[in-house]
Design a protein around this ligand. Structure first.
Ligand SMILES: [Zn+2]
Length: 326
């Protein structure tokens, strides 16, 4: 039953509801970063046009050809770290600063939300991050967070420094000894701290989201830049609705067919670039973008690197097998 009769594209009814909402969850996908100029995962360009990106994002691909996979991720790191957070990242970061009961669950690995100043305790990266690197040795527990180095080794330097004709060049055949190695055990190869196809989502992230879910009623679920049709997105929307939440979808593509998602469970549908829409619809809480920039500090927030030597927590999880992206 719809909670009020209204036009689902009406911003005013959304704004009125937002103002009285306390516990809010945002679920974010690739569309959040689109206007920052990042190609989507499947649309990786340049050097990688001839490669099936999905076939590179697996543990087997890394074992078989770590040079190729590291060059792919190095290119993705360089693109992500060169991009800038857009107004949508800033608007969500400001909402988090203003409302400590708001959390963002992001499927993005680009690090643009933390760089926008999103409080880390209110940001749950379910697919890991390109700025995390970790040791592949089963005997070692080395993890480094927030590593924004453009080149982890000289061999992985940005392509233009390696070749003046990078768009045409094939990936180089880099010897394993020239790939990033673990500073702790010294023998283990490092890998990107992202969730690959066939891997579990990080258990500690999932349990923190579950704890938040269980903490009380939820008023609002924002589905941003994702179709919301794949796990974990679909599951979280359902859980929020069970806790009483109204749902707003903000995306370039909104399917009008209820069977394909969207209209069926959404109270509001805002079709377009979330970098334009989010600052508008969140304004009753976050203020104008000038006020947002003043609140967050008008600078790029590259967090300082942190290290963790505890046991891996990524090895156990619930019904998440085979759902990894990136
Ligand atoms: Zn190691």
């Amino acid at each position: 039953m719809p909670f009020i009769e209204h036009d689902p594209t009406d911003m005013n009814s959304f704004k009125a509801y937002l103002k009285q909402s306390k516990r809010i969850l945002a679920l974010c996908g690739a569309g959040l970063s689109a206007s920052s100029g990042l190609a989507t995962f499947r649309g990786a360009g340049g050097l990688w046009k001839t490669h099936d990106a999905m076939s590179l994002a697996t543990p087997n691909a890394f074992v078989k050809d770590p040079s190729l996979v590291w060059q792919f991720y190095s290119a993705r790191r360089q693109a992500a770290f060169s991009a800038k957070p857009n107004p949508a990242h800033l608007a969500l970061a400001a909402l988090a600063v203003k409302n400590s009961d708001f959390i963002t669950v992001t499927q993005n690995v680009d690090g643009l939300s933390p760089r926008a100043g999103h409080p880390p305790l209110q940001l749950q990266p379910v697919h890991g991050s390109l700025s995390t690197i970790k040791c592949t040795s089963v005997f070692c527990n080395y993890i480094q967070y927030d590593n924004y180095d453009m080149a982890l080794t000289p061999a992985l330097a940005p392509a233009p420094e390696r070749s003046s004709n990078d768009a045409e060049a094939a990936p180089a055949n880099i010897p394993v000894s020239d790939l990033p190695h673990c500073p702790k055990c010294t023998t283990g190869l490092l890998r990107p701290g992202v969730v690959w196809f066939g891997e579990s989502l990080p258990a500690h992230v999932l349990s923190e989201i579950d704890e938040w879910m269980e903490d009380g009623p939820i008023e609002l679920c924002l589905v941003i830049g994702t179709t919301g049709m794949v796990w974990p997105a679909a599951g979280y929307i359902g859980q929020c609705k069970e806790k009483g939440a109204r749902v707003a979808i903000i995306n370039m593509e909104i399917d009008d067919d209820p069977m394909l998602g969207g209209v069926e469970y959404a109270d509001w549908l805002f079709k377009g670039d979330c970098a334009q829409i989010l600052p508008q619809i969140l304004e009753p809480v976050i203020g104008t973008m000038d006020q947002v920039k003043e609140l967050l500090g008008d600078t790029d927030h590259f967090p300082a690197p942190t290290f963790q030597g505890g046991p891996f927590t990524e090895t156990t999880s619930k019904e998440s097998q085979g759902t990894g992206y990136y």
